[in-house]
Design a protein around this ligand. Sequence first.
Ligand SMILES: C[S@@+](CC[C@H](N)C(=O)[O-])C[C@H]1O[C@@H](n2cnc3c(N)ncnc32)[C@H](O)[C@@H]1O
Length: 204
Amino acid sequence: MDSKIESVLATYHEMLEKERGAPRVEAPGGRDGGRDMRMRAVGPRTGQLLNILAASLPNPTILELGTSFGYSGIWLAEAAQRAGGRLITMELHGYKSEFARDMADKAGLADVIDFRVGDAVEMISRLEVGIDFVLVDLWKDLYLPCLEAFYPLLNPGAIVVADNMIRPGNDDVKAYGAAIRAKQGISSVLLPVGSGLEISRFEP
Ligand SMILES: C[S@@+](CC[C@H](N)C(=O)[O-])C[C@H]1O[C@@H](n2cnc3c(N)ncnc32)[C@H](O)[C@@H]1O
């Protein structure tokens, strides 16, 4: 891997270690209030798996739901760059997206990333491209509405990865797991990697 990318990942790993060692502080005003500064990132094992899966697809258009501060996006963008594709990443908060863009610049990956700010459910419905890879990693009650929005856009052979399927593993993610398995053309498996990943493939 390029040394600039390795150095950016090392910075994120330091941030993650600090976050995981510190007491959990929620932003005032709830999950979308104030300036939520928690990365809530997927972690290195999941990052590496995302990278391997996404880079296995030819010229992939990758959709990331929940940019946060950009950690998983670096793994996905590296795969996109290597495989001749691109990453579209969606985040509700502009300040998180800006941080992610600065880090992507430092990693030399900004050229393959399209940063979009706003509500992902609404922005997916305005996409006019086929999707080859999706990372679902935003608030859990949005997993199902996002699935309904991106499913019609999946290209044959597309891979969908949803995080947090085992931890916290609440009713919202269970509903997502059941719904994606019920979709036509989907085969799916739950893997105990990181917080639990539902990995699904679309072959109509
Ligand atoms: C678990 S974090 C994503 C972590 C990131 N994938 C990583 O591993 O670095 C979830 C993110 O989803 C964002 N989010 C919540 N609701 C959203 C929405 N409706 N549209 C887009 N992003 C949203 C939150 O602001 C938060 O930054």
